[in-house]
Design a protein around this ligand. Structure first.
Ligand SMILES: C[S@@+](CC[C@H](N)C(=O)[O-])C[C@H]1O[C@@H](n2cnc3c(N)ncnc32)[C@H](O)[C@@H]1O
Length: 222
């Protein structure tokens, strides 16, 4: 049966084996390296990752920032992350199980994050424009956004044909959505390529971009 958009069920089921996939670990490491190079995290910064999953990226970024809010809709993905936080002794990361689109001012304050990032999550959220507007509000003036996700793909990347996902993103269209959310797109770069046998049995290459954007100090009127 087709799952609904933003349903945590699939990720709850997959959480305990998530980190066993070497391509997932590899892309997360490349995403973390690219985010660090593009945004220069500092120990004074408050950061947020939405769709943090088991924390493959967040465990790399956490030592470089003051606080890190790790947000995900899947309790099971977050519990795998919590099992990593305990032995690391980190007091930087705070996990929150919520849908970033439905968070309120009581969950997270507007203008309070210097850095917001995500990896392979944007294509799982139905309302791309809405989530970018939410992020724009949460960023402090001058704050940075870094999003890693798939370029437009042939619709065969995900193994389950019934999974509700965007089939990657057109870079120019995403840049327009960032601008409409009041953010200044800075750069797109290709940071990784998944080489995989897709669900039609063909060997295919699926590039992943990192886009960075800044919230202007003087906000753009929408
Ligand atoms: C493909 S996984 C990526 C996980 C992690 N970033 C990684 O690279 O391993 C997408 C994650 O986004 C979460 N997610 C989906 N929609 C979300 C939303 N609206 N708000 C927060 N998290 C969401 C899922 O539960 C899942 O853990």
């Amino acid at each position: 049966m087709a799952e609904k958009w933003n349903s945590p069920d699939k990720f709850n089921r997959e959480a305990s084996q998530w980190d066993e996939n070497p391509q997932r670990r590899a892309v997360a490491l490349e995403v973390a390296k690219a985010i660090i190079a593009a945004t220069t995290p500092k120990l004074t910064m408050h950061a947020l990752e939405f769709g943090c999953g088991t924390g493959l990226v967040t465990m790399e970024i956490a030592p470089l920032v003051k606080t890190l809010s790790a947000v995900d809709t899947s309790r099971e993905m977050l519990s795998v992350l919590q099992e990593k936080i305990k032995p690391s002794g980190s007091t930087t990361i705070e996990t929150t199980c919520t849908d970033l689109l439905s968070t309120s001012e009581s969950d997270f304050h507007e203008n309070s994050f210097d850095l917001i990032y995500s990896s392979m999550t944007l294509h799982h959220i139905d309302d791309t424009a809405g989530v970018l507007i939410r992020i724009s509000k949460l960023l402090s003036p001058g704050g940075m956004l870094a999003l890693a996700d798939l370029d437009l793909e042939d619709g065969l990347f995900h193994d389950d044909p019934l999974e509700k996902v965007h089939h990657g993103f057109d870079r120019a269209e995403l840049a327009d959505l960032l601008k409409a959310a009041g953010l200044q797109p800075l750069a797109f770069e290709t940071i990784y390529t998944f080489n995989k046998t897709n669900r039609s049995g063909a060997n295919a290459a699926y590039p992943v971009f990192l886009v960075t954007a800044r919230k202007p100090i003087v906000s753009i009127t929408l």
